[in-house]
Design a protein around this ligand. Structure first.
Ligand SMILES: *Cc1c(COP(=O)(O)O)cnc(C)c1O
Length: 372
């Protein structure tokens, strides 16, 4: 019986090597790992134990439900929940999870809760420009000077870069200056014992030379093989490989149309290979090819081949006319994401980012873990 499922291979040795590289860049501080969105699509249960084994002791997730899973996977880790306080505060104490506080109301609620429980000390998010989460810089400084830090006792104070991946971006410089003010104010504050650790850099931030490393960095994307320096070669190792089986090959005459809306019209006698993988698996429909817009690519028999027409729900069609007839047959696997077809390149072909490619990785894949 021919296989239907595409195969996603997750290389844990590459994940661990990436963490070690980022941890070295985080010196004199250390690197944590952001494992929100199910470890960027790889799976919390797969990624967290491997990162712990590599030496990572601090994890960041977005949702409390993800934090509970991360706790199962790393019983002794420090775990922060980025998206603020959830209604059921008891979860923080029960699973020893630290919320990232972003408003005075949250600070008051959590300080009151902590006074009666053994819930961990929280992080405080200071907003230096994203205008998304956290206390605005001036509000945060006022809160600190008015004694808010004594009441809340955050173990970590953090901010998040807006566009650290853009070399020389003025916003990055402004955010570094803003966070330096926070660092100075904390340094000068008496009676704050212990002083909170500071956390600034995401993946790309760790490649901004001028960004202070502070105690703890928070990379996500680069761990999973994404390029933190999009304008330069990728310093990270590729972590995921996606391969899909060819389920049919069609010989079509010049003028034949392929796929929904006939976005591919053969300009010569052509051969079309149909892969069992589509947008329902997370391969974006936006990566379809039309005249003038090349779209996605795959690798088959050692050659890079273009998509032919639209990506369907469960199928992708490739133009394999330039691949020797004997070199491919149904059942062969075509590479869709991997070393030469990076998540960044797939993101670009689909007019999005590699982040979205990773976090949409499908549930139908046969998932294989190697190197663990
Ligand atoms: C997602 C996130 C990160 C990780 O960012 P990457 O660009 O994936 O390295 C770090 N900090 C915060 C607050 C985040 O939301």
């Amino acid at each position: 019986m021919p296989r239907h499922a595409a195969r996603l291979t997750i290389d844990l040795a590459a994940l661990q090597e990436n963490w070690r590289l980022l941890d070295a860049r985080a010196a004199p501080g250390v690197s944590g790992a952001v494992v929100k969105a199910d470890a960027y699509g790889l799976g919390i249960e797969v990624a967290v134990p491997a990162l712990w084994q590599a030496g990572c002791r601090t994890f960041f997730v977005a949702h409390i439900s993800e934090a509970v899973r991360a706790r199962e996977a790393a019983p002794e880790a420090e775990i922060f929940v980025l998206n603020g306080l959830c209604d059921d505060l008891s979860a923080y104490a029960a699973h020893h999870l630290a919320p990232v506080i972003g408003t005075r109301a949250e600070a008051a609620d959590y300080a009151a809760f902590r006074a009666t429980t053994n819930a961990p000390s929280p992080a405080l998010h200071i907003d230096t420009g994203m205008n998304r989460l956290g206390m605005a810089l001036q509000d945060g400084l006022d809160f600190l000077r008015a004694g808010g830090f004594q009441t809340l006792a955050p173990g970590l104070v953090m901010t998040h870069f807006v566009s650290a991946e853009i070399p020389g971006d003025a916003e990055t410089t402004a955010q570094i200056e803003g966070f330096n003010q926070v660092a100075d104010a904390i340094q000068r504050l008496h009676g704050l014992n212990p002083k909170p650790r500071l956390s600034l850099c995401n993946s790309s931030g760790l490649f901004v030379e001028a960004a202070p490393r502070h105690a703890l960095s928070r990379p996500g994307y680069a761990l999973y093989g994404g390029n933190p320096t999009p304008d330069a070669p990728n310093p990270m190792r590729s972590v995921i490989t996606l391969e899909a089986p060819i389920i049919q090959i069609h010989a079509v005459p010049k003028g034949a149309r392929v796929g929904y809306n006939s976005n591919f019209i053969a300009t010569r006698e052509s051969r079309i290979a149909t892969l069992s993988c589509g947008y329902a698996d997370g391969y974006p429909r936006n990566a379809g090819a039309r005249p003038g817009a090349p779209g996605g690519r795959a690798k088959l028999a050692g050659r890079i081949v273009p998509f032919a027409g639209n990506v369907s729900m469960d199928l992708i069609t490739l133009d394999i006319t330039d691949v020797p007839v004997d070199a491919v047959k149904p059942g062969d696997m075509a590479l869709l994401i991997g070393e030469e077809l990076s998540v960044d390149a797939v993101g670009l072909a689909a007019k999005t980012t590699g982040y979205e490619i990773l976090t949409n990785l499908g549930k139908r894949y046969e998932r294989r873990v190697i190197g663990g």
